[in-house]
Design a protein around this ligand. Structure first.
Ligand code: ZN
Length: 149
């Protein structure tokens, strides 16, 4: 069975054509993440809009399994344009969801048309949850480290 069959079109598409993948010029912050269970590595760059706590753009690079890469791609699309506090809430909500909570405030519903919903399916594969969360926990560390900005 192919990855496409198991995880669906949305994740396969993000894996094959990752969004916001590459090196950022002059990032406000770069944070590295590593998932030793799988060997996934990501580097998350973010840039704040001038003098504000709004994320103008978030990019990633790295090498990892398809779930890790697709999740990072979806995340960078979701967080661009949002404020630090909005994104921190989103990260916590997504983590709660992936760790088993059924209904989490602030997240799209299971039947919503939203790329993030495609990641909910990873919950069926507990060993892969860390793969799906890596980019998010890495971004969270980066945001906490820039809290003074
Ligand atoms: Zn992985």
């Amino acid at each position: 069975m192919s990855y496409r069959d198991v995880f669906g079109e949305i994740l396969a598409d993000h894996h094959e054509s990752p969004r916001n993948f590459g090196v950022m010029k002059d990032p406000s912050r770069t944070e590295q993440g590593y998932n030793p269970l799988c060997g996934d590595k990501v580097s998350i760059c973010l840039k704040f809009s001038n003098g504000s706590d709004q994320i103008e753009r978030c990019m990633f690079e790295g090498e990892g399994c398809s779930i890790c890469m697709a999740s990072a791609s979806i995340m960078t699309e979701m967080v661009s344009g949002k404020s630090r506090s909005e994104v921190l809430k989103l990260i916590d909500a997504f983590r709660e969801k992936m760790q088993g909570s059924e209904v989490v405030e602030g997240l799209p519903a299971e039947d919503a048309e939203d790329d993030l919903v495609a990641l909910y399916g990873v919950k069926r594969f507990p060993v892969r949850i860390k793969c799906a969360l890596l980019a998010w926990t890495t971004l969270k560390r980066g945001l906490e480290a820039t809290n003074h900005a």
